[in-house]
Design a protein around this ligand. Structure first.
Ligand code: GLN
Length: 537
């Protein structure tokens, strides 16, 4: 029988529930269990695909093309679990499905209500993950306990133990134990209140994971245990990690969270196999090189907007025993001050994906600088499109070349709307999304980095390289290093005479892991190291 773990959060948002859930999953996998993961988000958008990165951070794209919450990125980076459309639901999706059923007459004239109809729908999306190949499903509930909008989710998960047996379910509550400077002590009251709210709803947490900047002493833990009605050894400390998020699973394991879970759910388990994870931390702690990479984007100051890119750069560093320092630079700054001022002294440039015209000229300018100065460069999605614009304008002498996304009547539309996108007006889930195969050109840098000629990568775009300009740009020296298998879509462009100028239409950052850096990020960091060393000698 599949067992269920529910992870809730209290006191404040941004406690790192996603990271904690991913870490628990990783520890259970390390003990030989088969784990599935899921996130339930209380907002009304059907998915985060239409939300601004300022509001929600990055939109994380899965193989099947679903546009999901960025926490799912942690799940994939920390575990081997396969995520699908069933791994992320929002209030919007739940209501949409119930309303569609009502319109089809499936409720047979009954009044449709939050309880039981919405809560039944929520239970269904959780329990559909049960199967013979899954030992544990971990479901993270977004939002903070006490919010009005998360109530139906909490009510639904309260009911699940009634159906599946309390012994087959566990509630883990993540909470904050703040340090009050004026009093010079840690305060447990917010945790008591937040667990109080959960208990009012009928949920008794089994484990409390206490986020804190200082160590809890025994009296703090005793107080929390007593007031929150949990055994002392189930009060687990999770201190802030100033070094790396990859320490989180190891510190949870040091506090025996995996043993507690296995015991309570009565699961058989092997000893933990964590050598790979220890190796990551060893490499992070003992770098042989240090490089600085400029990330030029529209939302540069907003780290969460490029979450997976930051992570993938770290992975590239791990693969190369290199400490990677990333400096975000707003592309508008380059428009104002010029590329030289902003980019001098960096070892590589990365230009990520994006939408909208603001800052595009700054990106093109930054890429031109990298191309002309032999600065290693990785362009992703819009970053690739800007690379093509730069090359067309400044090498192929098509001075007014542009993307029709930004200049509809450009005389040289080197980037244009994909044919399948013409006439599409609905915004949600309508881009070219998810995994698509591509083949690589023998001898290209990409083919060398991947070590194979066939790849599959995740996409999220409406515009593409205009094949009508292929010949002209190739003649000017642009290398088409990857295309769709039928060669109709250009997936990768490179500049042969440059040490590392690789620009891709897809999003390699979504498939990078700390234990297996994506080849293009490993390649970029290796080129940055060479650039750094070359610059010194
Ligand atoms: N705006 C571009 C497009 O839709 C790039 C998208 C992206 O960078 N994800 O094609």
């Amino acid at each position: 029988m599949t067992k269920h773990i529910f992870v809730t959060g209290g006191v404040v948002s941004s406690l790192g529930k996603g990271l904690t859930s991913a870490s628990i999953a990783m520890l259970l996998e390390a003990r030989g269990l088969r784990v599935k993961m899921q996130k339930l988000d209380p907002y009304i958008n059907v998915d985060p695909g239409t939300m601004s990165p300022y509001q929600h951070g990055e939109v994380y794209v899965l193989d099947d093309g679903s546009e999901t919450d960025l926490d799912l990125g942690h799940y994939e980076r920390f575990t081997t679990t396969h995520l699908t459309r069933q791994s992320n639901y929002t209030t919007g999706q739940i209501y949409q499905s119930v309303i569609n059923k009502e319109r089809r007459g499936e409720f047979l004239g009954k009044t449709v209500q939050v309880i039981p109809h919405i809560t039944n729908e929520i239970k269904e999306v959780v329990l559909q993950l049960d199967d013979a190949d899954t030992d544990v499903v971990i479901t993270e509930i977004g939002g903070t306990v006490g919010d009005i909008e998360s109530l139906p989710f909490l009510e639904a998960i309260r009911q699940i133990p009634l159906e599946r047996g309390r012994e087959n379910c566990m509630f883990i509550h993540l909470t904050l134990v703040p340090f009050l400077k004026a009093a010079g002590e840690l305060k447990t009251k917010p945790t008591q209140h937040s667990v109080g709210i959960l208990r009012q709803i009928g949920i008794q947490p089994d484990i409390l994971v206490c986020r804190t900047e200082r160590s809890l002493d025994i009296s703090d833990r005793e107080k929390i245990a007593l007031f929150c009605n949990v055994p002392l050894n189930s009060v687990i400390e999770e201190r802030d990690k100033d070094f790396s998020i990859y320490e989180v699973p190891l510190s949870l394991q040091a506090n025996k969270i995996d043993d507690l879970i296995l015991k309570q759910l009565d699961l058989p388990a092997a000893g933990a196999e964590l050598d790979g994870w220890h190796d990551i931390l060893h490499r992070l702690r003992n770098p042989e090189h240090e490089v600085s990479i400029a990330l030029v984007g529209k939302y540069a100051e907003h780290r969460d907007a490029y979450k997976s890119i930051y992570e993938a750069l770290d992975h590239g560093g791990i693969a190369n025993y290199t400490q990677v320092r990333v400096q975000p630079i707003k592309s508008e700054e380059i428009e104002r001050d010029g590329a030289e001022k902003a980019l001098a002294g960096f070892d590589a440039l990365i230009v990520p994906g994006g939408f909208g015209e603001r800052g595009v000229e700054g990106k093109v300018e930054a890429i031109r600088y990298a191309r002309e100065r032999n600065l290693p460069f990785l362009g992703i999605c819009l970053g690739m499109q800007c690379a093509v614009i730069d090359f067309a304008r400044n090498v192929a002498e098509l001075t007014e070349a542009h993307s029709t996304e930004f200049f509809r009547d450009t005389p040289h539309p080197v980037i244009c709307l994909m044919e399948e996108q013409e006439g599409v007006t609905e915004k949600g889930g309508t881009m070219r999304l998810g995994s698509q195969p591509a083949k690589l050109t023998a001898g290209s840098k990409s083919a060398l980095a991947y070590g194979t000629s066939e790849i599959s990568e995740r996409h999220r775009h409406r515009y593409e390289f205009n094949s009508g300009y292929k010949q002209q740009l190739e003649q000017a020296g642009l290398v088409i290093a990857g295309t769709s298998p039928d060669q109709s879509l250009v997936e990768i462009v490179e500049v042969a005479s440059h040490p590392w100028f690789v620009a891709v239409q897809f999003h390699p950052e979504f498939k990078s892991k700390p234990t297996a850096a994506h080849p293009l990020f490993a390649g970029l960091v290796a080129a940055a190291v060479a650039h750094h060393t070359g610059a010194k000698t």
